[in-house]
Every structure is written in C-alpha cells, then in structure tokens.
Design a protein around this ligand. Structure first.
Ligand SMILES: CC(C)(COP(=O)(O)OP(=O)(O)OC[C@H]1O[C@@H](n2cnc3c(N)ncnc32)[C@H](O)[C@@H]1OP(=O)(O)O)[C@@H](O)C(=O)NCCC(=O)NCCS
Length: 177
C-alpha cells in the first residue's frame, strides 16, 4: 500500500502520482501571431481571442501539475489596459501559483511583441483557477507545490490570500442576500 495518490492512464494501469512538484515543472508557454480575423476594424485584437489563448496556456500548466484532466472553474478579473494589434506575436506564460486540495490557481503573463521592431509590451496578467477531475468528472487531489524561490513563495501566499478573500466574500454575500 502507498500513501501517495495514484492516477490511471487511458490504458487503465495505475501510475504513481508525485506528492509535490515545483512550479517550473508545469510552466507552459504558448505563442501565436495575431491575424486580421482576430481583430476589430481598428486592428485591436478581440478580448475573447486573448482569453481563449490565456485559458489554453493555463490549462496546459494545470494539467502538467495535476498529471491528468482539469477544468476551468474561474477566471479572475481581466483588465485590458493596453491594446494588442494584428501582426504582433502574443506569448502567454502560465505558472501554477497556488494549490489547494483539488484546485490550482494559475497566473498567466501576456506579452505582445512587434516582430519588426522587437519591442515587447507586457499587456496583461490573468489569474485562473482549475480543478483536477477524475474519470467521473469529480474533483481529484493534486500534488502540493514545491516552493524553492522567494517569488514562488510570494505567489503562493498571494494565491492563498485571494482564495481566503473570495471565500469570505461568498459567505458575506450569501449572508446578506
Ligand atoms: C469544477 C467542478 C467539478 C467542481 O465541483 P464542486 O462540486 O464545486 O467541487 P467542490 O465544491 O468540492 O470544489 C472543488 C475545488 O474547487 C474550488 N472551487 C469551486 N468553485 C470555485 C470558484 N468559483 N473559484 C475558485 N475555486 C473554486 C473549491 O475551493 C475546491 O478547491 P480545493 O479542493 O482546492 O479546496 C464543477 O464545478 C464543474 O464541473 N464545473 C464546470 C467546469 C467547466 O465546465 N469548465 C469550463 C470548461 S473546462
């Protein structure tokens, strides 16, 4: 008998599940050149296009960390402070910030690069929460995060705080409503 959870491959055989993983092992980077059909008449890339990329990059990081299937359960507030234009290369870098029992907060940094000038702009940072699910689509435990740098520790603390605030707000609004 083992005290670590196990997952099952599609073929059905059990494979050992790591009890902890560093964020660097699940980091995901997705790049895409923005095309005219992804933008409005001003050449500004649609918010939905960006969110789709962000969700996919984050899902890869969450799946790598969980070692199995995940679903998006929440996308935090996303501000579009700088436009992204057609012909720019958009790169989304996703990292697992915080993990609970079955959920993972993933942070995604979005950078737009003008390939002619080489100028890069940090346009957005998004936070998403994923839940690992089992074969019955029910929440399934995820490995803990192995934190090795001050930045990773800070991101973990901030993720935990956001979760506390969200849960507190849920309680308050339910109580008042
Ligand atoms: C994700 C899902 C399986 C969770 O089911 P559930 O019955 O709410 O599960 P639980 O209440 O046990 O919550 C599971 C985890 O999700 C977290 N969670 C639930 N709702 C959340 C929310 N709105 N924001 C952040 N985390 C949330 C819980 O805190 C818990 O985390 P923990 O295990 O780390 O403590 C279910 O909500 C679902 O299937 N949603 C649809 C997902 C989907 O279709 N996404 C879009 C396409 S991928």
């Amino acid at each position: 008998m083992t005290d670590s959870p196990s997952k099952h491959t599609p073929a059905g055989e059990a494979v050992p599940q790591a009890t902890s993983k560093p964020p660097s092992r699940s980091e995901s980077v997705v790049s895409e050149l923005m095309m005219p059909h992804q933008a409005n008449h001003l050449g500004h890339v649609f918010g939905g296009e960006l969110l789709s990329m962000v969700d996919r990059a984050a899902a890869v990081a969450a799946m790598r960390h969980a070692g199995g299937s995940v679903v998006t359960v929440s996308i935090d507030r996303v501000d579009f402070k700088l436009p992204i234009y057609t012909d720019e290369l958009v790169t989304c870098t996703a990292r697992v910030n915080y993990v609970g029992r079955t959920s993972m907060e993933v942070g995604v940094e979005v950078v737009a690069e003008n390939l002619r000038t080489g100028v890069k702009r940090h346009t957005n940072t998004c936070l998403l929460t994923f839940v690992a699910i089992d074969q019955d689509h029910r929440p399934s435990p995820v490995p803990q995060l192995e934190l090795t740098t001050p930045d990773e520790e800070r991101r973990f603390r901030e993720g935990r705080r956001r979760r506390e605030v969200r849960q507190q707000l849920d309680i308050e609004l339910k109580t008042d409503g």
